[in-house]
Design a binder for this molecule. Structure first.
Ligand SMILES: [Zn+2]
Length: 267
C-alpha cells in the first residue's frame, strides 16, 4: 500500500505468477581449457618391458598387484606352520597375474610342505591347506599369460612344487598320510569280513553257551563239564523240540538247514 498526499492508492494488481515464455533448453558451451593448463596428448612411449602394448589389451581390467600386468585374478593362497605346541596360519590374498600368482602359490605350497607337519594338529591341518590351495592354482591356470605388461617384470614362478627339495621332504609325511587314508577302507573291509565269519557248527550231544541275547543268537561250543555250558544240543524229534527247549538257528547245524534243539543245562 502506498500513501500519497492523503490518498491511498493501490498499485495495479500484477499477476502473481507471470509465466515466462519457455526458453529452449540450451546447452552450456563446453569450457575452453586455459592454454596454460591444457594437457597435451601423451606421445606413445616405448614400454620398458615386453615391447609394445598388444592391441587386444583391456585397459580397465584388473592388474597384478605385484607387477601391474594384466589380465589378473583375485586369489587367496594359504600356508601353515606347525611348531609342536603352537601353529601359525598364513594367508596371502591378492590380485595376481599368472606368473606372479604361480610364484606365490608355489612358494607357500613348498613352505607348507616343509613347515606344516610339525605338530599333532598341524599334521591334520596341513593336508587340508595343501588341498585348499589347489583351487587357487586352478584359478591361476585358467588365467592366460599377461597380455599387458606392468611397471616391472612379473615374478619368476620357478620350478613346480614337487620338483623342489620341499617336494622330497614332504614325500615322507604325504606317503604316511596316503597309507593312513588307504588303511581306513582296508581295515573297514577286514572288519566286515571278520564280522561275517561263518559260525562254528554244533553237533548233537555237545554243549554250547550263548554270547548274544536271544534276539541276536551267538552260540559258541562249550565243553559239557564246564560251568560256562548253558545248553546241550539235542536233535529235534518228529514234533520238534521238547517243551522248554530253545531253538538254535539252522546255521549252527552241520547241514546249515536243520533247527537243532537247545536243552538248558541243569534242568
Ligand atoms: Zn604379476
Amino acid at each position: 500500500m502506498i500513501v500519497d498526499g492523503g490518498f491511498v492508492t493501490t498499485p495495479p494488481p500484477t499477476p502473481p505468477y507471470q509465466q515466462q515464455p519457455p526458453l529452449p533448453y540450451q546447452q552450456q558451451p563446453p569450457p575452453v581449457p586455459h592454454p596454460a593448463y591444457a594437457t597435451p596428448p601423451m606421445p606413445p612411449q616405448p614400454h620398458p618391458y615386453g615391447g609394445p602394448v598388444p592391441p587386444g589389451a583391456m585397459p580397465g581390467g584388473a592388474t597384478c598387484e605385484v607387477c601391474g600386468a594384466a589380465p589378473a585374478a583375485a586369489v587367496t593362497v594359504r600356508g601353515h606352520q606347525g611348531m609342536l605346541v603352537i601353529m601359525r596360519f598364513l594367508r596371502r590374498q591378492g590380485v595376481f597375474c599368472r606368473p606372479c600368482g604361480t610364484a606365490v602359490f608355489r612358494e607357500m605350497q613348498a613352505d607348507t610342505l616343509v613347515q606344516g607337519w610339525w605338530g599333532p594338529l598341524s599334521a591334520i591341518i596341513t593336508p587340508f591347506i595343501l588341498l585348499v590351495n589347489l583351487s587357487a592354482r586352478s584359478t591361476l591356470r585358467a588365467l592366460p599369460e599377461p597380455t599387458t605388461w606392468g611397471w616391472r617384470p612379473p615374478l619368476d614362478p620357478g620350478k613346480s612344487v614337487m620338483r623342489r627339495p620341499a617336494g622330497l621332504v614332504a614325500a615322507i609325511p604325504l606317503a604316511a598320510l596316503a597309507l593312513v587314508v588307504l588303511a581306513i577302507p582296508v581295515l573297514f573291509v577286514i572288519g566286515l569280513v571278520a564280522g561275517d565269519d561263518p559260525p562254528e557248527k554244533l553237533s548233537v550231544g555237545s554243549c554250547a553257551r550263548n554270547d548274544g541275547s536271544w534276539s541276536a543268537q551267538d552260540l559258541k561250543p562249550e565243553p559239557c563239564g564246564s560251568s560256562g555250558a548253558e545248553f546241550q544240543v539235542t536233535e529235534p524229534g518228529a514234533e520238534g523240540c521238547p517243551a522248554g527247549d530253545y531253538l538254535a538257528y539252522p546255521k549252527y547245524s552241520a547241514d546249515g538247514v536243520t533247527t537243532l534243539c537247545l536243552h538248558p543245562v541243569g534242568r
